[in-house]
Design a protein around this ligand. Structure first.
Ligand code: GLC
Ligand code: CA
Length: 555
């Protein structure tokens, strides 16, 4: 299929919509959100039925992680067909109905594009394997000859991000390359057929009314696979500042996005895109540039520990990025790949390791050591989201964080779905943040569906249920709702000014004299003067208690 860009409507290659500069986006992991037919798997009709809930949060958009046909070797990121719906999750008609319901509630929709790899069940890969060495069908992927007389050893010692070799045998002396699971063969982005197919995919969803795209592994598409291969030891550090890594963040990846940007901008309004790019922070702005994807996740916030200095540093860097590329950034506290924020902040703070690492190791003990202080974690997570929502830029909220949910640490090994768990003894994997949401305090799956849930929910989910929190004015859910409502009224413009404060206190001002103040210290501090608009915890001591954020209007 050749280009069908409507040149009359082609606007100049810049992102022209404003909504996305400040949008709050709610991330839905479809298999774990709401199950409409009792098979234990969340689905698209389930999402449609819960649109009123999403609307009640006050978010601008929803990002859906993959719902495409998949064997679920990697939570749906192993895609069999990029232009269809997994029959277990629904049909294209269900998709259209969901889009109508979201749009009817004034909520935009972002879907995942997974361009780095397909699944091993994708027709292209099946054809490639069958066609044999040297066949053009193999050129869509990265097949290489193995070492040894019969090619019985992999071409080099490169490792997959999920553990083990990055090569899997084709059975005829050749091997194929996979950055992730062996069920996720990497595509060859030098191949024009691959490029054309993804143009088609992007248009397919944009034509169906999708408003934006989250680009999976956006920094991985271009690779230098030429020989001689550097040994893994030389390239195991994946982040470089100069674009010279053979697999990650190469400069020419932006040619692909400049091409897509023309497609995005051929729509009215132009389609939005955000990069998942785990790159050196100094290189993130390239992905957020208006000629490339236009926005990029600010993963620094995921690595920030509960310290005023961490937040100051991350915010300053994020703001500098925004200024330098005339674009915007997307802050986030959790996603489907990280231990939940309430848990990270409820574990002991360590000097040499960031909270994410501490939480991953804690998961390996099934959540036994070190001790998790649930209340402290939730309190800090509430204070943290109020910081993020007061910042210029866009914010992503992962489903369940609005309930203050914790990571489920004690899932038994036999129920784990994440390939990271099976392949690596150093990781328990990411299932603990993907357990289906509790909607009600009872029922077989706490209202997720009428039957069970594909990952077992713990008993303590009952007290976090949405219906329970709706009835409690002080719940985390109601704090999120109030914060989102106020945000849209209070924080306009892109300016932020730091207000001098003690080192344990974070204080910044946005336009109109509205300040965001957080006490990271262990003692209460005097409450700055002004009208309190919202507080993340009760202010009953008269001061600003520890681990608390307030928004106030200065006199
Ligand atoms: C992204 C996804 C993650 C997935 C990986 C491979 O990082 O967020 O869940 O495992 O890509 O597709
Ligand atoms: Ca279902």
């Amino acid at each position: 299929m050749t280009s069908t860009i409507d040149h009359d409507h082609l606007v100049d290659a810049k992102v022209t919509t404003d909504l996305w500069r400040t949008a709050v986006v709610y991330q839905i992991y479809p298999r774990s959100f709401a199950d409409s037919n009792g098979d234990g798997i969340g689905d698209l009709p389930g999402i449609t039925s819960r649109v009123p809930y999403v609307r009640s949060l006050g978010v601008d958009a929803v990002w859906l992680t993959p719902f495409y046909p998949s064997a679920l070797a990697d939570g749906g990121y192993d895609v069999d067909d990029h232009r269809d719906v997994d029959p277990r999750l629904g049909t294209l008609d269900d998709f259209d109905a969901m889009v109508r319901a979201l749009h009817g509630a004034d909520i935009n929709l972002i879907v995942d594009i997974v361009p780095n790899h397909t699944s091993n069940r994708h027709p292209w890969f099946v054809q490639g394997l069958a066609a044999g060495r040297g066949a053009p069908e193999r050129d869509r992927y990265l097949f290489r000859d193995g070492l040894g007389p019969g090619g019985e050893r992999p071409p080099n010692d490169w490792e997959s991000l999920f553990g083990g070799s990055a090569w899997a045998p084709a059975g005829d002396g050749q091997w194929y390359f996979h950055c992730f699971a062996a069920e996720q063969p990497d595509l060859n982005w030098e191949n024009e057929e691959v490029r054309e197919d993804f143009r088609r995919t992007v248009r397919f969803w944009a034509d169906r009314g999708v408003d934006g795209f989250r680009i999976d592994v956006a920094h991985g598409l271009r690779k230098d696979m030429s020989e001689p291969y550097p040994p893994w030891g030389e390239i195991a550090d994946l982040m470089r500042e100069d674009g010279s890594h053979p697999l990650w963040d190469r400069d020419d990846v932006h040619e692909i996005y400049a091409d897509w940007r023309r497609i995005f901008n051929s729509y009215d309004p132009p389609r939005y895109a955000v990069a998942e790019a785990a790159v050196h922070p100094a290189r993130r702005a390239r992905y957020a540039s208006t000629e490339s994807l236009g926005n990029a996740f600010n993963f620094d916030t995921l690595d920030a520990d509960w310290r005023a200095d961490d937040y100051r540093r991350v915010i300053n860097r994020g703001l500098a990025d925004m200024i330098n590329n005339g674009s915007t950034t997307s802050w986030l506290l959790s996603c489907h790949d990280t231990p939940r924020v309430a848990t990270r902040y409820g574990l002991p703070l360590e000097k040499d390791r960031i909270a994410q690492q501490v939480a991953r190791e804690w998961l390996l003990t099934d959540g036994v050591t070190p001790r998790l202080d649930r209340a402290v974690g939730e309190r800090r997570a509430r204070a943290a989201i109020m910081i993020l929502l007061a910042l210029p830029g866009s914010t992503y909220i992962y489903q369940g964080d609005e309930l203050g949910l914790h990571e489920v640490a004690d899932l038994p090994p036999e129920v784990l779905e994440d390939p990271m768990a099976g392949r690596s003894t150093k990781e328990k994997g990411r299932d603990g943040c993907r357990v289906p949401l509790p909607w009600t305090p009872d029922g077989r799956s706490y209202g997720f569906g009428v039957e069970g849930a594909h990952l077992p929910q713990p008993d303590w989910f009952a007290s976090y249920a949405i219906s329970v929190q709706e009835a409690d004015p002080n719940s985390t859910l109601n704090l999120y709702r109030r914060a989102l409502d106020l945000r849209s009224q209070l924080f306009v413009g892109s300016g932020l000014g730091w207000v001098e404060s003690e080192s344990q206190v974070l204080c910044f001002e946005r336009g109109g004299g509205v300040r965001c103040v957080t006490n990271f210290g262990s003692e209460p501090i005097a409450l700055p003067s002004g009208d309190v608009l919202l507080a993340s915890a009760a202010l009953d001591t008269g001061g600003l208690p520890t681990d608390t954020t307030v928004w106030l209007r200065t006199p």
